[in-house]
Design a protein around this ligand. Structure first.
Ligand SMILES: CC(C)(COP(=O)(O)OP(=O)(O)OC[C@H]1O[C@@H](n2cnc3c(N)ncnc32)[C@H](O)[C@@H]1OP(=O)(O)O)[C@@H](O)C(=O)NCCC(=O)NCCS
Length: 162
């Protein structure tokens, strides 16, 4: 895919349904533990979390599109203005490995730097750690720590500099 065809824009609340179905679709495709799958599938969690994100002034939601089609999203939080906290990054399966998340990350990092952030934090689910470390490294993030945390889901806390 020609990455020039990807357009990026700030998401609006009109995008909530499409973004949450992308997240649910991605979780459906992962071999998640039963507990996490139940939490996500039965509680409408992505949609409720997204609504909270949109209500928060420190959170930014960026979407990637080809034409009118939404093919990816990235959510980050600057609650602590020094730290870019990556909350979500999802790409439609058919459009993966074509630079979509890289484009989203580059935009988010540039915005976060402009706002004064210099470090990075994220909590990554174990199923995604390899892909996400590859994307983060490729985006220019210098990773300094990767630590399993005891949240009952086996998530991995990742820290670094942007
Ligand atoms: C993880 C994810 C966001 C990556 O998006 P993507 O658009 O496919 O990533 P890109 O094409 O921009 O890849 C950027 C770099 O990371 C590498 N990469 C991407 N996916 C990878 C994978 N599964 N394993 C190893 N490297 C990977 C790419 O090869 C590329 O490096 P290269 O240019 O040297 O080839 C996407 O696979 C996804 O949506 N997964 C499901 C949702 C998810 O797990 N999100 C994280 C939740 S915490």
């Amino acid at each position: 895919m020609d990455t020039n065809k990807i357009s990026l824009r700030v998401a609006t609340t009109d995008d909530v349904d499409e973004i949450s179905s992308l997240i649910l679709q991605n979780f459906n495709l992962m071999n998640c533990s039963d507990s996490r799958e139940r939490i996500y599938m039965e509680s409408n969690l992505p949609k409720n979390l997204l609504k909270n994100h949109f209500a928060s002034e420190s959170v930014s939601v960026i979407v990637a599109e080809i034409g009118q089609r939404l093919i990816g999203c990235l959510v980050y939080d600057l609650e602590n203005v020094d730290v870019m906290h990556l909350r979500k990054c999802h790409v439609v399966p058919d459009f993966r490995k074509q630079g979509v998340s890289l484009a989203l990350f580059k935009k988010a990092i540039s915005e976060a730097r402009d706002a004064g952030a210099n470090s990075f934090f994220s909590k990554i689910i174990p199923e995604s750690i390899d892909a996400m470390v590859a994307v983060m490294t490729k985006s220019g993030i210098t990773l300094t720590e990767e630590k399993r945390i005891s949240d009952g889901l086996g998530s991995i806390s990742v820290k670094g500099f942007i």
